[in-house]
Design a protein around this ligand. Sequence first.
Ligand code: BGP
Length: 463
Amino acid sequence: MTHRFPDNFLWGASISAHQTEGAYQSDGKGLSVQDTRQRDNHEIADFTVAVDHYHRYKEDIRLLAEMGIKIFRFSIAWTRIFPNGRGEVNEAGLQHYSDVIDELLKYNIQPYITLNHFDLPQALEEEGGWSARTTVDAFVTYAETVFSAYGDRAKNWLTINEPNIMLLVDKKILGKEIPLQEKYQQFHHLMIAEKYAFKRCHELIDDGKIGPVPNISLVYPATSKPLDNQAALYFNSVRNWAYLDFSCFGLYNAVFKDYLKRKNVKITFAPEDQELMENHFPDFVAMNFYTTVTVEKPTQKDGMANGISDQQSEDIMEWGFYKGFTNPYLQKNEFNWTIDPDGLKTTLQTLYDRYHLPIIITENGLGAKDELTEAGQVHDTYRINYLQQHIEQCQQAIEAGVDLIGYSPWSAIDLISVHEGISKRYGFIYVDRTEHDEKTLARHKKDSFYWYQSLIKTNQLPS
Ligand code: BGP
């Protein structure tokens, strides 16, 4: 039996600014923490040129329109609008995204715009970054500026990409470790900044809609031992629900509060925070999903070292709370990330039962080492299989009553992976470059491009 997706289902594709645009100092752009960050792995490409989407956005959008997408998720580089994070607006930067939006609308593609995707202005970082309350003020001015500039044409917004992963995997994403007390003060500031974004989007944009965009991985207990289940409860809270409970319920949940208390972390609230938390809410939840995580309760023999080295791996340890465990029932991709399509359905059902809001998947995809043939083709059957298995579970979730409104995989075009450079490709469109050779930067449609095009056209998975 074939099942069609709902008629208005939002098929899309996603990217972020710093991973695609390049042109890192063009037209008045300031530096962001992604331009300056210390890298563990110096073998990988940096973001100076990336895949040159800044100059080639028209070609990229034309290809994406040919693929048939209804929505395009991209982020604005804050440093193009305010090179120093605040102060005078850079008109050239403001014009650029206006042109991008117009180009999308020409093809009837709706923009879904992320306000900030890992690329905080370096000038704000030097004043304390998200540890400083003044960064919240700068963010609010930036958000108001782009809402006012684009809100007549762009109605759908996402706040701050994956604050949970940014804080948990700080070393890899930001290039430095943040002490725990500071990390959770940053959490508070990020989440308050998001509350302001909900408020100002609703005030400034007619019919404006906005949602949080965390990375959600359901956490499984390693065994049926009660203490493994408790480990999963804590990691689910610290990794997933602390963020969404703040966004959607306006509170610190009890498990997360207990975690903070046991870690001796104390959060400073500003006088306006409680009111903001309790009165401004999202219209939908956007979710990035790659895998699930499995944990057990650590024992004395595990030692007491704490650390989380990768968002998707078993390399997680917090003494007294949880420790990563290799799930023997799941396969892994070539970059060691577990693959769990069934877990996507369970994650969607859990999320929907918790928040009762429409859900849109804004990232899901397979990073792989693609090969371009001499004929300019890429036979990425492995990516098609991954997407097919996950989309099947989306369909099952919809049939099970989840209000899933769209699916926008990672990524529209090849881009520079946060951890692994251009060698780990995600796109439907291949970009001809290597880590250190920019080559032609020519675009080539992969087999997955044609597969996704046909899926969108028929609005159903091939039988
Ligand atoms: C998410 C980020 C993306 C993207 C993706 C894949 O956490 O929002 O920016 O990079 O993960 O991760 P990676 O690039 O490490 O493979």
